[in-house]
Every structure is written in structure tokens, then in C-alpha cells.
Design a protein around this ligand. Structure first.
Ligand code: ADP
Ligand code: ADP
Length: 227
């Protein structure tokens, strides 16, 4: 059964002068539990809009966005988002950034510390736990962003070009780490990128989008050995 499903989704951004932008047109697809689906397409084709719809940060102009059979009506900790610009809190340490969602959820301190320790281990940042984000490289910041997203144990990870601003070598490393984490945790991942190579390396299935208006042109099962 589908965990995420979009049915004939249109998204139009209206502007005050009466014109507007059709960001997405007639998008339909579904993602099964545990699948890793990548969406690839040129800048401006609507990838961020797509992720924000599933995340509950935008609503469709028409059509349905459902998770677990229920219409998405807003953000939920069960659908964690990871952004290109990581959006870490600069006034919190690595450990505190990772624990942020657990504090919000009212998880007791002892459990919080245990969980945060596990995550620091998982993303290889144990030695950096008391540093502030400004002291970290771009790749490390993305690892913190990923650990923070995983902290609340979401079923779904929604990733918007998370490795778009790191150098090619670091990107490769992070891609491998993400696949390891995915295999280990069984999360469902929806990952958007403009990088075709990245989309093919990571996804079980690849949805190809076109620009103007944003539509899905192709859906391919990726059958290439992953790293
Ligand atoms: P991508 O992530 O593929 O670059 P976006 O989803 O950011 O695509 O944008 C799709 C289209 O919608 C673009 O034409 C963009 O300019 C437009 N758009 C995105 N967000 C907004 C917004 N908040 N208001 C108006 N237009 C927007
Ligand atoms: P990306 O290409 O990394 O997906 P963009 O640079 O297109 O992101 O957009 C960054 C932010 O600006 C997004 O939140 C998007 O919704 C918003 N945005 C994009 N295009 C427009 C636009 N034409 N008008 C208003 N907001 C926009």
C-alpha cells in the first residue's frame, strides 16, 4: 500500500497583480513504505514545491496529497525535512541541535541524551558534539541536519537537495552514508535533486520532472548497483 500518494496535484502560486506561476501540473505518484524515491529535474521545475506539499508546508491548489491514506493538512514530526541550507540553530551546539525535536516532544533528559549519543555515533560526529555549527564544514552541517531529522524517528524523510552545496567528494561520502542509514533504519525517503547522477545513485525509483509547467515526464526503476 502507498505510504505517500499524490493524485492529480496542481500547485499555482498566485501573485497580487493577477498573474501567477503554475509550479506543478497534474502530478500523480505514490511511494511505498521503505522505498527510496528520487525526483530529478531542472531548477524551477517544482521540486521544492513538491517536497513542501508532502511536508505540509504548502497546500495543493487542486488534487490530493495523502500520507498513510490521510490528507496532509500541515507539518508532522512523522515527516522530517532536510534542507539544502541545513537551517541549524547557530546558538545551539551540535548535540543541542540534534536534540531539539526531542526537547520539543517532551522526551525526558536521560532518554534524550541516550538517543542523541546514538545519533552522534550514527553520523560520525561524536567528537564534535559540543561545537557550534559555525565551526563545522558544510558536510558536517548536513550530517547534523540529518541526525536532527532522524531524532524524532520519523517514518518519512523529505530531502530537498541536501548535498547541493557541498563539494563533489564530500557529496559522494554523504550519499553513501545516507544509503547506509536508509538500509539500517528502513525509512521511506523522498529525495529531490537537479543532479541526475545523484538521483540514479540513490533512488530505487527515479521520477523525472520537466519544467514549465512542472510535470512528471517519466518514472524509471533504477537497476544500477549502488555503492
Ligand atoms: P525547484 O525546486 O525545482 O527549483 P520550485 O518549487 O522552487 O522549483 O519552483 C517552481 C516554480 O514556482 C518556479 O517558477 C518558482 O519561481 C515558483 N515559485 C516557487 N515558490 C514560489 C512562491 N512562494 N511564490 C511564487 N512563485 C514561487
Ligand atoms: P531551490 O532552487 O533551491 O529549490 P529556490 O532558490 O528556487 O530554491 O527558492 C528558494 C525559496 O524561495 C523557496 O522557499 C521558494 O518557495 C521561494 N521562491 C522561489 N521562487 C519564488 C518566487 N518567484 N517568488 C517567491 N518565492 C519564491
Amino acid at each position: 500500500a502507498a505510504l505517500i500518494s499524490l493524485e492529480n496535484v496542481d500547485k499555482r502560486y498566485e501573485s497580487t497583480n493577477g498573474s501567477g506561476t503554475d509550479a506543478l501540473t497534474n502530478i500523480s505518484f505514490s511511494v511505498a513504505s521503505g522505498e527510496f524515491v528520487t525526483v530529478v529535474g531542472p531548477s524551477g521545475c517544482g521540486k521544492t514545491t513538491l517536497i513542501r506539499l508532502v511536508g505540509g508546508l504548502e497546500s495543493p491548489t487542486s488534487g490530493a496529497v495523502r500520507v498513510d491514506g490521510r490528507t496532509v493538512s500541515g507539518p508532522s514530526p512523522n515527516r522530517a525535512m532536510v534542507f539544502q541550507e541545513h537551517r541549524l540553530f547557530p546558538w545551539l551546539t551540535v548535540r543541542e541541535n540534534i536534540a531539539f525535536g526531542l526537547v520539543e516532544a517532551g522526551v525526558p533528559e536521560r532518554t534524550r541524551t541516550e538517543r542523541t549519543d546514538e545519533l552522534l555515533e550514527l553520523v560520525g560526529l561524536v567528537e564534535y558534539s559540543d561545537m557550534y555549527p559555525t565551526a563545522l564544514s558544510g558536510g558536517m552541517k548536513q550530517r547534523v541536519g540529518l541526525a536532527r531529522a532522524l531524532a524524532v524517528d520519523p517514518d518519512i524523510l523529505l530531502m530537498d537537495e541536501p548535498f547541493g552545496s557541498v563539494d563533489a567528494q564530500t557529496r559522494r561520502t554523504l550519499q553513501g552514508e545516507l544509503l547506509d542509514i536508509w538500509r539500517e533504519t528502513g525509512k521511506t525517503v523522498l529525495f529531490v535533486t537537479h543532479d541526475v547522477e545523484e538521483a540514479v545513485r540513490l533512488g530505487d525509483r527515479l521520477l523525472v520532472m520537466q519544467n514549465n509547467p512542472g510535470r512528471i515526464r517519466n518514472s524509471l526503476d533504477v537497476d544500477i548497483a549502488r555503492p
